[in-house]
Design a protein around this ligand. Structure first.
Ligand SMILES: NC(=O)c1ccc[n+]([C@@H]2O[C@H](COP(=O)([O-])OP(=O)(O)OC[C@H]3O[C@@H](n4cnc5c(N)ncnc54)[C@H](OP(=O)(O)O)[C@@H]3O)[C@@H](O)[C@H]2O)c1
Length: 305
């Protein structure tokens, strides 16, 4: 699988991350087959969070990958913390405690990347900085990033956090593409022009922060999969046409569309199907033309001014 550098770091990562939020829906044997197949196909970057399955997903993963020192060196592990029942929590104490528990569940001594999951209104950047320093100096976390953050929130952290922010995980798919469309519709009197994210796409490109699009197949907030949905007839017809041209599935094209963007994004898939993860991985070999990219963009109802 094609690889790239994560953010400004020297860490070489596959262009696709395997999201593990839904692996608690699998049996032990299915989970083993899923993670082992991904690994064999070169998808060795796994995305977790302490809250997935209430911690179960990390445990299931450690079993399924047959975690030991040898395997650990072959995989890249990312997890997230900061979401608690009824609140967000970026306090030093919570970050440190969460990482210890994540490491226990994943049966490892270190995370390659830790992301702060969702902005905490009560964030005190000095506390985050202290937590990151401690995690870095103890060797528990090697790289740091954020998720669902806008440019000013990242700047606020950067005022005191000295480690580079290497990634920002954000919701993005062909049908959830406001971060792209607000840049196309600057200053227009239409809904696509509404800038909901403070121009996060350009900010991340300017600062070499890797965007990790989450829910690459969902429309709305986990409302369903747009592929094959009768809510998106034009989009599906367009994707199917491009898929037929390349001799691949519609799943492959939906990921290839994200990979074609020059921001060098790293989509985080959520499938738990072996066939579908292999289709997602295939996308790293396909480079859509400019015409195909825009045709798919427009067919989802995204307008050009
Ligand atoms: N940072 C954040 O705030 C945040 C939020 C949500 C998720 N995430 C991360 O992002 C990852 C992806 O999120 P997601 O699971 O919502 O993403 P997704 O890949 O858009 O959705 C995957 C779900 O769609 C289903 N699906 C049905 N048909 C499909 C098709 N043709 N192609 C692909 N999937 C199809 C999958 O079922 P099958 O399993 O049967 O394929 C699975 O249940 C998560 O695992 C997690 O790591 C991060």
């Amino acid at each position: 699988m094609r690889t790239m550098k994560l953010g400004t770091s020297t860490l070489e990562v596959p262009v696709l991350a395997v999201g593990c939020m839904r692996i608690n829906s699998l049996s032990k044997t299915e989970a083993e087959r899923f993670v082992q197949t991904s690994l064999e196909a070169g998808a060795n970057f796994f995305d977790h969070a302490d809250i997935y399955g209430g911690g179960k997903c990390e445990e299931i993963f450690a079993d399924a990958i047959h975690m030991n020192d040898d395997i650990r060196e072959k995989i890249i592990l990312q997890s997230k913390c900061g979401i608690r029942q009824g609140q967000f929590d970026f306090s030093k104490e919570h970050i440190l405690d969460s990482v210890d528990k994540i490491l226990q569940r994943l049966r490892t001594d270190y995370l390659d990347i830790l992301l702060l999951h969702r902005p905490d209104a009560l964030v005190e950047p000095e506390e985050v900085a202290e937590a990151f320093d401690k995690l870095e100096s103890s060797g528990k976390v090697r790289h740091f990033g954020v998720s669902n953050q806008n440019p000013l929130q990242i700047q606020l952290l950067k005022k005191v956090v000295k480690q580079p922010i290497v990634a920002n995980q954000l919701q993005l798919s062909i049908t959830n593409a406001n971060m792209i469309s607000n840049g196309i519709n600057v200053n227009m009197v239409n809904d696509s022009a509404i800038n909901r994210d403070g121009s996060i796409l350009d900010f991340c490109r300017l600062h070499d922060i890797t965007i990790q699009p989450w829910s690459p197949f969902q429309y709305g907030f986990f409302e369903g999969v747009f592929l094959g949905s009768d809510k998106f007839p034009e989009l599906n017809a367009q994707i199917d046409e491009v898929a037929a041209k390349y001799g691949v599935s519609n799943t492959t094209i939906a990921i290839a569309w994200l990979l074609r963007h020059p921001a060098n994004m790293q989509p985080v898939t959520g499938t738990t199907s072996v066939d579908r993860i292999l289709d997602c991985i295939k996308a790293s070999e396909i480079r859509l033309t400019r015409e195909e990219w825009y045709a798919i963009y427009r067919s989802a109802g995204n307008i050009l001014p």
